[in-house]
Design a protein around this ligand. Structure first.
Ligand code: ADP
Length: 270
C-alpha cells in the first residue's frame, strides 16, 4: 500500500511502564494524538497505529508467565491480560477521538493467532476495511492464542513487521522513550553515543552492540525491535526510531523529517 505508514508507540511512552497498576501516560498520548491530527490535515496518506502494552500488559504477563514456551497456562490470567489491554485501548481511543482522529481499536487477541510465539493466522478484513473507510486501525501488543503453548505474548513489534510485510508497507516509525539507538543503553550509560543510521553495511555491528544491552521486558527491548525489523523480508524497508515523549516529534517523524535513528535496509536479510 503506497503512502502508508505504521506508527508504533512504545509501552514506555504510552504508559507509566514502572507503575504497579496499569497507568496510562495521558500527557504523552495527548501529545501524539495532537501530532497525528496535525499530520492528517496535511496528508492524504494512510496510517496504522500499533502500541506496546507497558504497565497494562507486562506485569500481568509476567505474573501469569504467559510467554513461557509450554502449555500449562492460567486461563484466567490470559483473559485478565486481554481485558486489561482492551481497557488501555479504550482510554487511548477516547484521547484520540477528542482530537477528532478516527482511531479504530482492533483487538489483537481476536485477530492474530501464533504458533510458538510467531503469527501463523490473522484476520485481515477489519484492518483493511478500517483503512479503506478512512479510519486508523489501532492494534497493540497482547496475549493471544498460541497453537503449541495455549497462550503467548505477541509483541507490538511483531505485529508491526507482520503488517508491513502483508500489507506491503515500507515505512515504519517507532516512537520510544530514547532518541533512537545508542552504542549502549542511554538510561544506564551516560557515555552511550547516538547511532544516526543503521543500514545493510553496519547492521551486524550494531546488533552486536545491542546484545550487551539489558532487556527491558518480556518482548526483547531495543535489540528485539531491530532484529524483528531486519529479519522481515520486505525491501526496501525504511524505519525511524525516535523519542516520542517529546512534543511535536511524532509530527516530525510522520512528515519524514530527521529525528532519532534512521534504518534503511535494501539487501535481503542475511
Ligand atoms: P518500547 O517500550 O518503547 O517499545 P523498549 O523498552 O522495548 O521500548 O526499548 C526501548 C528501551 O531500550 C529504552 O528505554 C532503553 O533503555 C533500552 N535500550 C537498551 N539498549 C539500548 C540501546 N543500545 N540504544 C537505545 N536504547 C536501548
Amino acid at each position: 500500500m503506497p503512502r502508508s505508514k505504521i506508527l508504533k508507540i512504545g509501552g514506555s511512552v504510552i504508559t507509566r511502564k514502572d507503575a504497579k497498576t496499569p497507568t496510562l501516560n495521558r500527557k504523552h498520548v495527548r501529545q501524539i494524538a495532537r501530532d497525528v491530527a496535525r499530520w492528517l490535515k496535511k496528508s492524504d496518506g494512510r496510517l496504522i497505529v500499533v502500541s506496546g502494552a507497558g504497565s497494562f500488559g507486562h506485569p500481568l504477563a509476567r505474573a501469569y508467565q504467559l510467554n513461557a514456551p509450554h502449555a500449562q497456562k492460567d486461563a484466567l490470567g490470559f483473559v485478565r491480560t486481554t481485558a486489561s489491554m482492551l481497557n488501555m485501548a479504550q482510554q487511548v481511543a477516547a484521547i484520540f477521538h477528542a482530537q477528532d482522529v478516527p482511531l479504530c481499536p482492533i483487538a489483537t487477541s481476536s485477530v492474530f493467532t501464533t504458533a510458538d510465539g510467531r503469527i501463523t493466522a490473522w484476520h485481515a478484513t477489519p484492518i483493511l476495511h478500517a483503512l479503506e473507510t478512512g479510519l486508523i486501525p489501532y492494534l497493540w501488543g497482547d496475549a493471544v492464542f498460541d497453537l503449541q503453548h495455549r497462550y503467548r505474548i505477541l509483541s507490538g513489534d511483531q505485529v508491526m513487521t507482520f503488517l508491513a510485510l502483508k500489507l506491503e508497507i515500507g515505512e515504519l516509525l517507532y516512537g520510544t522513550d530514547v532518541d533512537g539507538v545508542y552504542t549502549a543503553d542511554p538510561h544506564r550509560d551516560p557515555q552511550a553515543a547516538h547511532v544516526a543510521e543503521i543500514n545493510d553495511a553496519n547492521y551486524a555491528q550494531v546488533r552486536e552492540l545491542l546484545g550487551a544491552s539489558a532487556h527491558a521486558d518480556v518482548t526483547g527491548g531495543m535489540r528485539g525491535k531491530i532484529e524483528e525489523l531486519y529479519r522481515t523480508p520486505k525491501r526496501p524497508l525504511r524505519a525511524v526510531i525516535y523519542d516520542a515523549t517529546r512534543p511535536r516529534n511524532t509530527y516530525r517523524a510522520l512528515r519524514g523529517k530527521a529525528v532519532g535513528t534512521r534504518l534503511v535496509f535494501r539487501a535481503p536479510p542475511a
